[in-house]
Design a protein around this ligand. Structure first.
Ligand code: NAD
Length: 500
């Protein structure tokens, strides 16, 4: 198959392969190829050569060597920082190329992806700075002794990323892992490998030594399992679904290595009568329909106070019907196709679930009437109760569910009645209401009067089945470094002399 040219001469390679020790390994005979399909046109763009256990082994050996004897962990922090800044700069230089690859391979709208690429660049800068302020502790209270505590990189990480924001999530995993001197093997989703492949090339073009970031591609059941089970892995960073997270935690526990899990969500978006109505409306639409509705932190469960519910839902539905669905590469598109066909079918199946549960279909619920592509109409349903499946299960598409409430007590109880606890949104101009929600909602992030602002300096992660661990400077230090205590006597202390 020939490479597919993109605008401005950018290319999609005719075959997507691993990158091990800074280069693609030789193609093995009889390996498995998977199609890489454009979700907008349903055309096959390329093929992905799945990394088998032997290729995963080679990637881990490379990362191991880079950690155990390579330059990366041994560079001075300023030298590492220079390379991480060079990565930031090179991502910026190639921002449009990365954005086009992401739109083409994952169907995410250009307006969204451009922001994500800039954030990826910033993440490398931010965690380089964080690593450069890493410091230890000294303890001198015990007379005659000096104890100092240093931090060391933890080793070789397996990093596993999902398809819903491939570049944003893979880059965040790498940027939080390598600045401390760790090395890694990254496995992106088999559905959306294109932008991540280019990102890993860019890391090397910017001067990252070979072996620090290795890339293996393939299905979770083949490549992913081989990676997580590999004895050369010291820790696992995973972003993806809750059931997969459980499997990964089990595999990590068998090998007694730590795992950080960023998992699913079904976040409550509480709209109170005390809210600025128009801002709450705008924010609730962003909360569910941004990123094609495929985001862990989506405000997918909209709880609206009964006194304003009728008007709010009417306006929400009218706006939903005006959403521009189409080619993700068009700068004005607001919702693109879902990432792959089976996922579109899964999202569409929830229309029947909603009907069977007696929910009222307010708008959408069908495949969008475009000629091609895995498009779903932006959808909203009014559920009979928060216990309905459409309110409890992560649908992960442009599918909003509404539930009405009367009192703030009830809204908080409903928000917490979920197995997830990733994020929540509160719309109210009453300070007491906002502060009470912040205190009582069991979720890792509470956004008040704003949709999904990600502050790199703050921890991000979930309560309950939404995850274990956090992304963020302090949390990354804890997860990606080991603490070591060195104890030295200042004066030779008295010592018992056995057998003297
Ligand atoms: P997924 O769990 O199906 O797959 C995630 C990754 O894990 C993929 O690379 C997949 O190939 C791999 N994988 C699957 N089974 C594996 C196994 N047994 N061993 C090792 N690797 C395995 O998730 P997805 O469908 O790609 O992504 C969507 C999910 O990710 C949603 O639930 C979403 O909420 C969640 N997510 C969470 C966050 C967060 O920060 N909390 C961010 C984005 C997405």
């Amino acid at each position: 198959m020939n490479a597919v040219p993109l605008p401005r001469g950018w290319l999609i390679p005719s075959r997507v392969q691993s990158i091990i020790d800074g280069a693609s390994p030789p193609l093995r005979a009889g390996g498995k190829d998977l199609p890489i399909v454009n979700p907008t046109t349903e055309e096959t763009l390329s093929v992905l050569r799945e990394a088998d256990a032997a290729e995963v082994e080679a990637a881990v050996v490379s990362a191991r060597r880079a950690f155990d004897s390579g330059p990366w962990p041994r560079l001075s922090i300023n030298e590492r920082k220079d390379i991480l800044y060079a990565i930031r700069d090179r991502i910026r230089v190639h921002a449009e190329e990365l954005a086009w690859l992401e739109c083409t391979g994952a169907g995410l709208p250009l307006m969204r992806v451009r922001e994500q690429v800039q954030r990826a660049a910033r993440a490398f800068e931010f965690f380089a700075e964080t690593a450069s302020t890493l410091h230890g502790e000294t303890w001198t209270q015990t007379t005659g002794w000096l104890t100092y505590v240093t931090r060391e990189p933890k080793g070789v990480a397996a990093l596993i990323a999902p398809w819903n924001a491939p570049l944003a999530l893979a880059s965040m995993r790498i940027a939080t892992c390598i600045p401390w001197g760790n090395t890694c093997v990254l496995k992106p989703s088999e559905y959306t490998p294109l932008s991540v492949l280019r990102l890993v090339e860019i890391l090397h073009e910017a001067g990252l030594p070979p072996g620090v970031v290795n890339l293996v591609n393939g299905r979770g059941s083949a490549t992913g399992v081989a990676l997580v089970d590999h004895p050369g892995i010291d820790l696992v960073g995973f972003t993806g679904g809750t059931d997969t997270g459980r499997a990964i935690m089990t595999a990590a526990a068998r090998r007694l290595v730590p795992a950080a899990l960023e998992l699913g969500g079904k976040s409550a978006n509480i709209v109170c009568e005390s809210a600025d109505f128009e801002r709450a409306l705008d924010g609730s639409l962003v909360g569910i329909f941004a990123n094609n509705g495929q985001q862990c932190l989506a405000g997918s469960r909209i709880l609206v106070q009964r006194s304003i519910a009728r008007k709010f839902i009417e306006r929400f539905v009218a706006r939903t019907q005006g959403i521009r669905v189409g080619d993700p590469l068009a700068p004005t598109t607001e919702v693109g196709p879902l990432a792959f066909e089976a996922h579109m079918q899964r999202v569409l199946a929830y229309t029947k679930v909603a009907r069977d549960e007696g929910a009222q279909l307010l708008t959408g619920g069908r495949r969008a009437a475009l000629e091609r592509g895995w498009f779903v109409e932006p959808t909203a349903v009014l559920a009979r109760s928060n216990e309905a499946r459409v309110c409890q299960e992560e649908i992960f598409g442009p599918f909003a569910t509404f539930v009405e409430f009367d009192t703030l007590d009830e809204a908080i109880a409903l928000a917490n009645r979920s197995k997830f606890g990733l994020a929540s949104y509160v719309w109210s101009d009453d300070l007491g209401t906002a502060m009470r929600c912040s205190r009582e909602i069991r979720a890792g992030t509470v956004w008040i009067n704003t949709p999904m602002m990600r502050e790199l300096r703050a921890p991000f992660g979930g309560y309950k089945e939404s995850g274990i661990g956090r992304d963020g400077p302090a949390a990354s230090v804890d997860f990606f470094t080991e603490q070591k205590a060195t104890i030295i006597p200042i004066d030779p202390p008295p010592m018992h002399r056995f057998g003297a």
